[in-house]
Design a protein around this ligand. Sequence first.
Ligand code: ZN
Length: 512
Amino acid sequence: MDVAWKSFATRLIANQFAPVPANGEIYERSLLLTPENAIFLARANTGKRLIMLERTKNKLFDELKAEEIGNIGEISFKSAELSHANAEVMRRYVSFMKPVAFGRGSFSLGLGDRLGLASPGHLRCIRGTGLRPVLAQQSIRELNLTQRTYEDVLDAASWAVLQEGFQDGFGADGDHLKKAEEVKMALDLGFSMITLDCSEKIDNTVDSLTAREVSQRYAGLDQSLRDRMEGEYLGRTFKVGDIAICFSEEALQRTMLTYGETLAFIQEIHARYIAGQPRPVDFELSIDETATPTTVEAHYFMAAEMVKAGIELTSLAPRFCGEFQKAIDYIGDLTRFEAEYVVHAAIADHFGYRLSIHSGSDKFKVFPIVGQYTRGRVHVKTAGTNYLEALRVICRVEPALFRRICAHARLRFPDATKFYHVTTDLAKIPDADTLPDSELERMLNEQDARQLLHITFGFVLTDKDAAGTYVFRDRLYAIWDAHEEEYANILVQHIGKHIKLLKERLPGGQAK
Ligand SMILES: [Zn+2]
């Protein structure tokens, strides 16, 4: 690259001059400099813009929808909106802005971002840790509650990696997808990971049946299927690492009755959408949304059936014992959790995929165990906690607004519990109106208050008044936009604590 050009572009960034509007700011880490051109992100009064310095005509700049905003000699300046169309163009030409699959060997963190604002902070947490970020991670339920689309979610992640100059690759997870058309939509958009949720095919009624009832119902299954499965699973010992797994007759019957229906569904989705993909896709199976913990037999059975069907899972999410409630620490018996986790980790290891830990926000007590037994070959999903930390910004910047949000959350709590299972005790939550500013963050530090604020996010973000105006949304986004750095710093602290504990019992505290 010629030195004069490089020094020109670098000086331009350093001096904050020319095309960036007054009071604007350049994101220095975003600079992409080629011998012909330069491109970077800047913040203007009207929001973030992509600024291009065009020295030589090229296809990327031709395809972006941008306006000419001036020139210095031969070099013309253009400014482009961070629109979906422009994000699509950028993903075609700038490879690190496109999501990638991480495969079976990585240590990754799911970093759901309901606001489309958290990824810059997340990338700063991740950099240098050895972990890999799945930035765009949303379920359909979350999309509906926040009135966003997968385009929005993916675009926010792509622009964030550009802003932070993060070129190591990020993942995009179509989380908890239950329907064929959802899987297709996510893949068509370029998502790199599909988390297939089988809960609609899992029969949760089997848990409450007696052994006798189970065997009666089992007798109704197709004879040849029963013969085949009994031949494969009964009277045998399956070794996974140092652990031996044997199926009792009842265990096999319960497993087949509970999970039997999922098998054809998984195979159909895999054959239609995953098997023929020209690019690698991380395929995760989620069986965590069940009434009771996944048994060892059920986990082994699902894994073995996937192998038989020729399906290579990247990860599997069992339901663990105890409670993984939203945005609070693990509730349950840690000794039992550890004992069962060892076995689940051994099964995953045996079959080559990774365990996936859902609702991983704030589960500090279990993180050292989660890291240790998978030796850092694991995926941990977080989401809601990132919204709560965004509310922390509001609490610090505009306490009066935060108090109104707390009141609104109380009002909407009964509606929110239709979507989320929590054990929130409203009586234990302080009245935000009577808390002085200096104590207001208790609402974000105490368990019951955190849950209240966590599960009502959809209402706070989308509720409108009688005149059809958002009650909070516009003001919230204006504050978050003006306090971007503060939000990033809070996330670095909070998600940083997750990472530190996940790596605590790894050799040298390092991810492999
Ligand atoms: Zn889940």
